[in-house]
Design a binder for this molecule. Sequence first.
Ligand SMILES: *Cc1c(COP(=O)(O)O)cnc(C)c1O
Length: 383
Amino acid sequence: MAHPYLTIDLDKIEHNSRALVDLCQQQGIEVVGVTKCVCGHPEVAKAMLRGGVSAIADSRLENIYRLRGGGVESSYMLLRLPPLSGVDEVVETVAVSLNSELSVLEALSAAAIRRDLRHDVVLMVDLGDLREGIWPDELVPFAREAVKMPGIRIVGLGTNLGCFGGVVPSEANMTRLVHLAAEVERTCEIKLARISGVNSSGLNLIASGRMPTRVNQARLGEAILLGRETVHRTPWPATFQDAFLLHAEVLELKTKPSVPIGERSEDAFGKRPVFEERGERLRALLNLGREDVDEDGIKAVDPGVTILGASSGYLVVDVTETARNIRVGDQLTFSPNYSALLAAMTSEYVKTRTLRGGKPIRRETQLGCSADSKLMRANHGPI
Ligand SMILES: *Cc1c(COP(=O)(O)O)cnc(C)c1O
C-alpha cells in the first residue's frame, strides 16, 4: 500500500462503547456517541450503536451527511453551535442542536416553521471552561425569550467542560447545572428532559457515584475511541486503547550521525531543532508527515522505535534499539492520541481499513474523509 493507513478495530470500539454505556446506565445516564474525531466514519458510528449508545453526535453537518449516506440509523445531535447562515440545513439534518445565541434560535425557529417542523435545542451554559455557552447570570432571561419561539423546543440544558479551559467536571459545577435547570423550569414553566453534563472528562465523576442524579446524558468521543478519560488521560479500566493504529512504510533506512553537519539555521518550519550527540544511529524515513498527522501525538508501538521529528512528508525515526530486523518497505505501527487521530482521519493521504473479527470488512478505497464527506454532500445533500 503506497499510503499510510489507519486500522480501525470495530470490535474494540463496540466493546468500549458497551463498557461505558454499562457504567453510565448504572447512574441513570445515557451515552451519546461522538464521531467528530473520525469525521463521521459510518462504521465507527455503527459500532458505537451496537455497543448501546443512544444517539450519534458530531460537530459538522458534512460528517452527519456522511453518516446518513453510510446507512447509520440513529438520531443525530449537532454538537457545534449552528451557524446563522446554515439554519435551514441544521433543521433538515438533525433532531437536536446545542445553542447559545438568541439570534440563531430565532432563525432556527423560523426555518423549522417554514418546514412545518419543530427543532429541539439544548441550551449550553458556560460553567467556566470559556468555550461555548450562555453565562449563568444570563440564562433565565435568555430562556424566557427562547421559549416564546414557536419553531423550537427547549429540551435540555448542557455544559461542556474540560475542553478549552481544562475545567474538571465536579459535583459542585454539575450541581450548579442542575440548579440552573430547575430555575429555568420554574420561571419558564417547561420541563427539561435532558441534562447533558459531561464529555469524556466526566468519567471519574460518574464512576465515583457523585454525579447529581438529574444529570442524565454524557456525550462521549475520546473515551469510546481511545479508551481514556480526559482529565488525566488515564486508560479507562476494561477498555481498549488501541482500536486505532497508524501504519507507515519505511522509505529509507540508513545509519547516520545523530547531529547534523555544517552551519545550522532554521528547519523547514522555522524552528531551531536541538540534537543530542549519540553517535551513529540507524534511522528510518517513513511515508507519514505533518500533512497527515501531529507527530507529537503518536507513539511507536515498538518501544525500540523513537520519533525524532517530522517534515511535511516524512516521519524520521530512530530504530537502533528495536529488536526487529527492519527493512525498506516494512510497516511501522504507531498509536495516535486524539489530536493525531483527528489529523490522520482528516488527511486526504491516510487511508482507513476497518476490521471486524480481526479481518477487513471491506476494502476502503476512498482517500481521507474530507474528500469523502464533500462527495457525500454532493451526492446526497441534506436528507
Ligand atoms: C467534542 C465534544 C464532545 C466529546 O468530547 P470527548 O472529550 O471526545 O468525549 C462532547 N461535547 C461537545 C460539545 C463537544 O464539542
